[in-house]
Design a protein around this ligand. Structure first.
Ligand code: CLR
Length: 376
């Protein structure tokens, strides 16, 4: 493999072997240094809003069909960032930092023109297994997203398969209406390929759904090289109500996608989304003004070490953080004061999920969920 540094080939081989025999939580495994990312998983929810205009535009759709089309467009528009950003910025998929319990990632996309400010709150709500909850809101536009994320991984031959556990609920206040509309989003499965070459990348597989409280369903089917379009990172989506398909969209989530057949404008081959649209990173406070639980503050020495190639310093500070965490949990247990979530409440049974998921069937009736705590 060309991408694995010579002195790390043995370590990489061992890492792959240990993945093959390991089941559970990949993020807790020790990996060779060349594959380490200086970014914590608590930052990943920001991928949901790197096109803040598309997010804000949802509430402007004039009817439920137009709004569902805007929701799907925003959703498809997030995929390139979510699943290929590390390849673009660091040359391959990397192993993120494993967040500590209570770790926070806070930021915003500032007000610009008429779009209004969008805020992000992300919190590590569980360490074993790792679960991240998030809330993204553009109050002015009347759009917010709440969700949580965990992963179940398995290894098959040459590919790591990652099943995403969790879901997100998008709340929309359609312009000129007082009634809230809900959209449930389920998440695609991931395949991590390119492992033998030491240059991992994500491919998406299976299907994901967007279900609206108004009764529309968008189904997205994912495929890689050699499947329906022949191209990597492809998808085919339909928007419909029951068995009645209204629109079909096809293309690459890293490139362009188009309406097939019928389109809202009536034009042939109307472009749905162009993934070369620049992504806008959120703004985060400078590290020296961050609180003690904020992600970049917690991990600053580890991240510096990884960035500068001083892996010894990185690993030393990582051990210090992990030991502190173990001590914290012991102290909490001894004092009978378990860790409290800062921004979220946990629901054992997310009723809104169950109600919306019932529309597309085949899903277990209940799943847990997280909601942002009411603010003062
Ligand atoms: C997290 C939630 C985001 C989408 C997303 C993108 C990439 C995923 C990540 C999630 C979870 C962690 C992940 C990562 C790709 C590789 C990484 C599965 C689902 C694992 C832990 C690292 C494996 C180590 C390597 C061999 C690269 O919305």
């Amino acid at each position: 493999g060309a991408a694995v540094p010579k002195e790390q080939r043995q370590g990489w081989g061992q890492f792959l072997k240990s993945i093959a025999t390991f089941s559970g939580d990949l993020s807790s495994m020790t990996a060779p240094s060349f594959i380490l990312s200086p970014v914590s998983l608590t930052e990943y929810p920001s991928y949901w809003c790197e096109h803040p205009e598309e997010f804000a535009a949802i509430a402007q759709g004039k009817d439920q069909i137009e709004r569902m089309t805007l929701v799907l467009k925003w959703f498809i528009g997030t995929l390139k960032g979510q699943y290929t950003a590390r390849n673009t910025s660091m040359g391959s998929e990397k192993k993120p930092l494993n967040p500590v319990l209570g770790e926070l990632f806070l930021g915003k996309w500032p007000e610009k023109g008429s779009r209004g400010e969008t805020t992000l709150v992300s919190e590590q709500v569980s360490h074993h297994p790792p679960v991240t909850a998030y809330h993204i809101e553009n109050a002015k536009a009347g759009v917010s997203l709440e969700g949580h994320n965990a992963q179940k991984t398995s290894f098959s031959g040459r590919t790591i398969q990652v099943k995403q556990v969790g879901h997100a609920i998008l709340r929309v206040k359609p312009q000129g209406s007082s009634e809230e509309e809900l959209y449930l989003l389920t998440l695609p499965n991931l395949l991590i390929e390119g492992l033998w070459y030491g240059s991992p990348y994500v491919e998406l597989s299976g299907s994901s759904y967007i279900q609206s409280s108004a009764g529309l369903t968008a189904t997205v089917n994912y495929a890689g090289k050699g499947y329906f379009s022949g191209k990597a990172h492809s998808f085919k989506a339909t928007i419909g109500s029951g068995s009645n398909a209204l629109y079909t969209i096809e293309g690459e989530w890293v490139g362009t996608s188009k309406f097939k057949g019928k389109s809202p404008s009536g034009k042939k081959d109307e472009v749905f989304w162009d993934a070369s649209t620049p992504r806008e990173e959120l703004e985060v406070q400078a590290i020296d003004s961050q609180g003690p639980m904020e992600s970049r503050n917690i991990w600053k020495h580890v991240a510096d070490g990884i960035r500068s190639g001083d892996y010894e310093a990185a690993s030393k500070d990582k051990s210090r953080i992990e030991n502190e965490q173990r001590q914290k949990r012991k102290d909490e247990a001894a004092a009978g004061t378990p860790h409290q979530l800062e921004y979220f409440v946990h629901l054992d049974d997310d009723k809104e999920y169950a109600e919306l998921a019932a529309h597309f069937g085949g899903k277990p009736a209940n799943e847990d969920g997280y909601r942002r705590k009411p603010r003062a």
